[in-house]
Design a protein around this ligand. Sequence first.
Ligand SMILES: [Zn+2]
Length: 266
Amino acid sequence: MVEGFYPLIQVYSFIIGISVGSFLNVMIYRIPNNKSIIRPRSKCTNCSNPINWYDNIPIFSFLILRGKCRHCDTIINIRYPLIELIGGLLALLFLDIYGLTFQFGLFLLLSYMLIAITFIDIDHYIIPNQFIIFGMIAGIGAHVLRLLPISMIDGIYGLLFFGGTLFMTGIIGGWLLKKEAMGFGDVKLAVIIGAFLGFELSVLSLFLSFIFAALMSIILLMLKKVGKDNRVPFGPSIAAGTLLTLLTRTPGGGNHIINWYFTHMF
Ligand SMILES: [Zn+2]
């Protein structure tokens, strides 16, 4: 019965996913500037003409307008349709892994939050508290209602490990480098992710985050793109590590990378 509807559910998920992606674009642009994410309607950043609904359809409007504003021909940042596409693809991938379950919704929500945080951190070197508060409420709610595949105690181990390790890294790094090595925003984000993942997946996610951070630092150094104060935001690496962890989940609740590690190392 449900199997027959699966392609339809996929189409719906993708449409909702790209729409959420469109909303993420609004949040990425407005939240760091302390603007309302509900009003007013979006307008062209160059000519300030309001964007009509038919020019604001995720991905499609960008293609129809050939990436330019209808009024002033200013080139629309490719990032907008890209984030919409990521939103749609994540919905499809998570649906495939988790099925039509509460976990699907919860982990998708977490991943959307991570996408928004990634781009805000790249733009502004901050992780806005709005996301932290939202994540805390979602995390506590998910545990109280027992919607996650882990126990509450495991969630506490996860948040202590993930948040605690980053906190210590920040303290030691700051002492060695004589400057702020890890923003407190990163620690708060890690606490939330740890609560969602539990201990085992937190270990994997943290490990992957450090790999992503190292790769990103090397690439940015090679491109000579390291910005002011030589800072490389760590938020995007945490997001990438966590997304990869969530996307490699096995249907049984394990993780492909962890399974691979234990079959090849022991
Ligand atoms: Zn314009």
